[in-house]
Design a protein around this ligand. Structure first.
Ligand code: MN
Length: 151
């Protein structure tokens, strides 16, 4: 019985932090994206944590600009069909359930397939400058349309 009391007391002192409703969904800015991309910040704990978790919804044809992450990034595709490319590599198709790893400072972009929505979780850490990414030029239509024609 005292164990139950102790657990009850600990829970009262350290309440579990639950965000019932994620922060408002916001439209991604034009200088980071082409097309309509909607962002939800799911987790951004206070310093000294650097972890940052977004859910990103890409409409068909929408994609990030070229960019990199100082400490790398992991994408987990939760819905739809998308495209991804790292600098110098082929455009590759990604689908729900796929996990993509980008190395630190690896130049890349990610987005929806031209004919499909795509949603992914994006997990990364803030760089020393406090930014989640270092942004470059937009992905041109010519670059984007080198995509595979499947599915
Ligand atoms: Mn990225």
């Amino acid at each position: 019985m005292w164990v139950g009391y102790l657990a009850h007391t600990i829970r009262k002192v350290h309440p579990l932090e639950i965000t019932r409703t994620p922060s408002a969904t916001r439209l991604g800015p034009d200088h980071w994206f082409t097309g309509q991309v909607w962002l939800e910040e799911l987790a951004a704990p206070p310093s000294p944590s650097r972890v940052h978790l977004l859910r990103v919804h890409f409409t068909p044809g929408a994609r990030t600009a070229w960019h990199s992450h100082e400490l790398g990034q992991i994408l987990y595709v939760t819905e739809g069909v998308g495209l991804v490319q790292r600098r110098g590599g082929a455009v590759q198709i990604i689908r729900a359930g796929d996990v993509v790893h980008f190395a630190p400072n690896e130049d890349h972009w990610h987005g929806a397939h031209p004919d499909h929505f795509m949603t992914h979780l994006a997990l990364h850490e803030l760089g020393d400058d406090g930014e989640v990414a270092n942004w470059g030029p937009h992905v041109t239509d010519a670059e984007y349309t080198t995509a595979p024609v499947e599915p």
